[in-house]
Design a protein around this ligand. Structure first.
Ligand SMILES: [Zn+2]
Length: 128
């Protein structure tokens, strides 16, 4: 069946097969005050501490935060970008799939009736 798929769809399949590690969530770079009285972070204007890198993501509905080094943050930024690229590929595959499967379904539809008929029961939708 694979060879029957249009070229642009096959290109997306190939791109998807090349996707490496990915992560979800958000990467934050933050500067923060410490709370020590007299510290430069309390001055006006404040000189805040940082940068601190944080990765936040949801686990079973709860936000989980992980502190990262600059080096770790750089890796994570790449993995998050890979996740977005994967989403873009899948969204496009979904769009092309819907078009193609619509065509397939329409080819299999019975010919349209020209005379009205009495319905015995409501027509059932294929979609839930
Ligand atoms: Zn401070």
């Amino acid at each position: 069946m694979k060879t029957d798929l249009p070229r642009n769809y096959q290109q997306l399949q190939l791109a998807l097969s090349r996707i490496g590690y990915f992560r979800r969530g958000t990467l934050l770079k933050r500067f923060m005050p410490c709370g020590k009285p007299g510290c430069a972070c309390q001055a006006t204007p404040p000189r805040l501490h940082g940068p601190y890198y944080q990765w936040t993501h949801k686990v079973e509905g709860k936000t989980v935060t992980l502190r990262l080094t600059a080096e770790q943050a750089e890796l994570l930024a790449g993995w998050i970008a890979t996740g977005r690229e994967m989403d873009r590929i899948i969204t496009e595959m979904q769009r092309l799939s819907l078009q193609a499967t619509d065509r397939i379904l329409k080819q299999l539809l019975p010919p349209t009736r020209t005379t009205p008929r009495t319905r015995r029961r409501p027509e059932q939708s294929l979609r839930p």
